[in-house]
Design a protein around this ligand. Structure first.
Ligand code: PLP
Length: 356
């Protein structure tokens, strides 16, 4: 029998969150970001739930190929563009749009002979200093693309480093606007945080990821306050029980010591599943819907929780690690990471169970 650990994927929540995106940005087209296996939720199930999206954004040709193979006909954008000539050929074959963020990709496009035109998202580095043409190189890159018979529609794109924090988008917006002034081309700027907080960034194509999965991009605002619904509940069961006497310890390193008699439950979930090993004693969990807490060090396959106050709990009791009734943001905060990392960090051995 498989281990009782499941990531339940709530398809109705995904649809709700897409509707929330549309309410926030009614004029923009939605490029649903489904990279990293749909942020850990299962790319194809996510795409099916979000089939009303105007397009999908992924990283690799293989993801796009799979989407085409099962019948999606929307725009699909390769968020980092082609990594080599084969990707460019694949993009043409599967009718994908490509991000162009570097000179090497321009060279690639110019030297290719193509039967059809390829749509391009030309990326400006407006201050994040990750991908994109530096400000002085944007117009020359645009001129090269515009002169290239292989290129179809050109959308101007940038990505914000600080839309989720107080620094905000102002300086990057100013950079983008200055450089693209007078160009009658569509734009794509906003990630989830900008969709929610900065309507002036919406432009033609928004690129929400996290919020579609019900995650809050803001450290100071929970997803419920943003009217988002978590699309994943990570759940397992108690598979063992221990009775502790004062002075006895739990787990590797004996990091937790009982000061009184305790009942400890062993849960089938560990860092081998993507549960954060750095989650400390006290990190919230729910046992049969009741609040409880992690004890001691998370192991590869198991973790321990306190059920001293839950006499009815025993082997087979349901344990929620995050999701319904326990925001993933709370677990992320305890483990000193972010919801993004926990969601997309589920490992392959965690079974996904999608339903409405
Ligand atoms: C991942 C990604 C997004 C989505 O960001 P969220 O914060 O998850 O909304 C948008 N744009 C680009 C370029 C990305 O890589």
């Amino acid at each position: 029998m498989p281990r009782p650990l499941r990531a339940h994927i709530h398809l109705a929540a995904l649809r709700h969150n897409l509707a929330r995106v549309r309410r926030a940005a009614p004029k923009a087209r939605v490029l649903a970001v489904i990279k990293a296996n749909g942020y850990g939720h299962g790319m194809l199930d996510v795409a099916r739930a979000l089939q009303d999206a105007d397009g999908f954004a992924v990283l690799e040709i293989e993801e796009a190929k799979l989407l085409r193979a099962v019948g999606f006909r929307q725009d699909i954008v390769l968020l980092e563009g082609p990594f080599n000539g084969a990707d460019l050929a694949g993009a043409e074959r599967y009718r994908l749009s490509i991000v162009v963020h570097a000179r090497e990709q321009l060279d690639m496009i110019e030297s290719a002979t193509r039967a059809s035109k390829i749509d391009v998202f030309l990326k400006l580095n407006s201050g994040m200093n990750r991908l994109g043409f530096a400000p002085g190189y944007l117009r020359p890159a645009l001129a090269r693309l515009a002169a290239c018979p292989n290129v179809g529609c050109i959308t101007l794109m940038t990505h914000f480093a600080n839309a989720d924090v107080c620094a905000g988008v102002a300086s990057q917006m100013a950079c983008f606007q200055t450089l693209t002034e007078g160009l009658a081309l569509p734009t794509s700027l906003a990630n989830s945080a900008a969709v929610l907080r900065y309507p002036e960034t919406h432009g033609d194509w928004i690129r929400p990821g996290l919020m579609l999965y019900g995650g809050s991009p803001f450290a100071d605002t929970d997803s419920a306050a943003l009217e988002l619904r978590p699309a994943m509940t990570l759940q397992s069961e108690i598979i063992g029980l221990q009775q502790l006497q004062p002075g006895q310890r739990v787990g590797y390193g004996g990091c937790f010591e009982a000061v009184e008699a305790m009942r400890v439950a062993v849960v089938a979930c560990g860092y081998g599943d993507g549960y954060p090993r750095h989650a400390p004693t006290g990190t919230p969990v729910r046992v049969e819907g009741q609040p409880s807490r992690l004890l001691g060090t998370v192991s590869m396959d198991m973790l321990c929780v306190d059920i001293t106050h839950l006499p009815q709990a025993g082997v087979g009791s349901t344990v929620t690690l995050w999701g319904e009734g326990l925001p993933v943001e709370e677990v992320a905060r305890c483990a000193r990471t972010v919801n993004y990392e926990l969601l997309c960090g589920l490992t392959q051995r965690v079974r996904l169970a999608a339903s409405d």
